[in-house]
Design a protein around this ligand. Structure first.
Ligand code: GLU
Length: 424
């Protein structure tokens, strides 16, 4: 299973938007996408940039930069998370918004793609400051968001609490309660059972599907997971329940390696009682890069963008990479991994379990009827398995990597809707 793909068209330096576009270009070429559709689909439909003045606890006013990018809304309202990080840039949000368009199309849910972000350092902000900033962002975006227009969700450094504030502020501005404007809410405010675990669960399901195709047995297979936030920790926990041996985990404080296997539940409890980090966890201390090049069967990068690059791809020993994060592999590593015969379940497929259950949450909000966790999980698992199979078949048909196949499936679908709906 090794193949060579044409060199990407974009420049050499790393930039998430270029990483996204280079795969888009390869897939578009393979699909024979015509030039006009190409130019429509590569451009975000809407970019909103706002300044958010927030009174800090000490009385000073600080102005934060906020973004929301709607990449495409052909298949339905745009959907995608909001991240709080100092790394937020317009280019990053543009790439993440486009990835959401492809992600929703790959798993076949009726959404377009969007993404938002605020450039801030949430770890050094108080709860009150975070609340005021989140509410200011919601006020600034009141004409962008909407259950039929654009539906935010959690992403890096945001979670149920931020979604509750967004739902509350939006509802106040509208004058009625509008739970379907945002997903990833707390259960009591109309959240869905299974949403917290959904992304990690999808990573586990797609890892299992890939392992079955590769003839790799999950029982005893070794696995390293980079990142121990919502996606990494739950992926690790659920992969362990499938018989995989998790030999390494990591977070911002570094990597933790134990060849005999890490007890993931114990690591989660440790982190919770340790101000949210793994610092001091009992295992051999390694770096985040050491973790990526460990001799394991399965590698799950679930931290952030551009972790696997042309610099370290040659040293990767895993047989299978399952991308829990968005964009963890930069485009210049793709060829190296492909040549080495390393299989990659790409982000737009592997981590799509989260947005799939977001869709179920939105459906339940609109119905006013709530599903059991068993029903949510069963439907999400089925969606992920079907999406994997569709991508697998496309890879066979087009003789390409699973990543390019996922883009082909997604672009083909969105391009067809564009053709049917027409262009102004
Ligand atoms: N932020 C998640 C993602 O990147 C979830 C998005 C959503 O549920 O809308 O897929």
């Amino acid at each position: 299973m090794s193949y060579k793909e044409p060199a990407p068209i974009t420049g050499q330096h790393l930039n998430p938007f270029e990483s996204m576009m280079s795969r888009f270009d390869i897939a578009a070429k393979k699909l024979g996408l015509d030039d006009s559709l190409y130019s429509v689909l590569k451009s975000p439909a809407k970019i909103v940039m706002v300044s958010l003045p927030v009174t800090m606890d000490n009385g000073d006013v600080k102005v934060f930069e906020g973004y929301r990018v709607i990449h495409n809304a052909n298949l339905g309202p745009s959907k995608g998370g909001i991240r709080y990080s100092m790394d937020v840039t317009l280019d990053e949000v543009k790439a993440l918004a486009a990835w959401m368009t492809w992600k929703c199309a790959v798993v076949g849910i009726p959404y377009g793609g969007g993404k938002g972000g605020i450039k801030c350092h949430p770890q050094s902000m108080s709860k009150g400051e975070l609340e005021r900033m989140t509410r200011a962002y919601t006020v600034a975006m009141v004409d962008v968001f909407g259950p039929e227009k654009d539906i935010p969700a959690p992403d890096m450094n945001t979670g149920q609490q931020e979604m509750a504030w967004i739902m509350d502020e939006y509802s106040k501005l509208k004058g009625y309660s509008s739970p379907a404007v945002v997903t990833g809410k707390p259960l009591v405010l109309g959240g869905s059972l299974g949403r917290v675990e959904a992304t990690g669960r999808g990573v586990m399901v797609s890892a299992r599907s890939a392992m079955a195709k590769m003839g790799l047995s999950p029982v005893g297979a070794t696995c390293a997971v980079q990142g121990f936030g919502n996606v990494g920790s739950i992926s690790a926990k659920l992969l362990a329940t499938q018989g995989l041996k998790i030999v390494a985990i990591s977070d911002v404080t570094g990597g933790y390696y134990d060849p005999n296997g890490i007890n993931v539940e114990e690591a989660i409890a440790y982190k919770e009682g340790n101000k949210g980090t793994l610092e001091g966890f009992k295992a051999q201390k390694i770096s985040n890069n050491d973790l990526l090049i460990l001799d394991v069967d399965v590698l799950v990068p679930a931290a952030m963008e551009d972790q696997i690059t042309a610099e370290n791809a040659n040293d990767i020993k895993a047989k299978l990479i399952v991308e829990g994060a968005n964009g963890p592999t930069s485009w210049n590593a793709d060829d190296i991994l492909n040549t080495k015969g390393i299989m990659v379940v790409p982000d737009i497929l592997a981590n799509a379990g989260g947005v799939t259950v977001s869709y179920f949450e939105w459906v339940q909000n609109r119905l006013g009827y709530y599903w059991t966790e068993e029903r949510v999980n069963r439907r999400a698992d089925r969606t992920m398995k079907q999406a994997f199979e569709t991508v697998y078949q496309a890879a066979q048909k087009h003789d390409c990597s699973w990543r390019i196949a996922a883009y082909i499936v997604a672009i083909d679908k969105v391009a067809n809707t564009q053709k049917l709906r027409g262009v102004f």
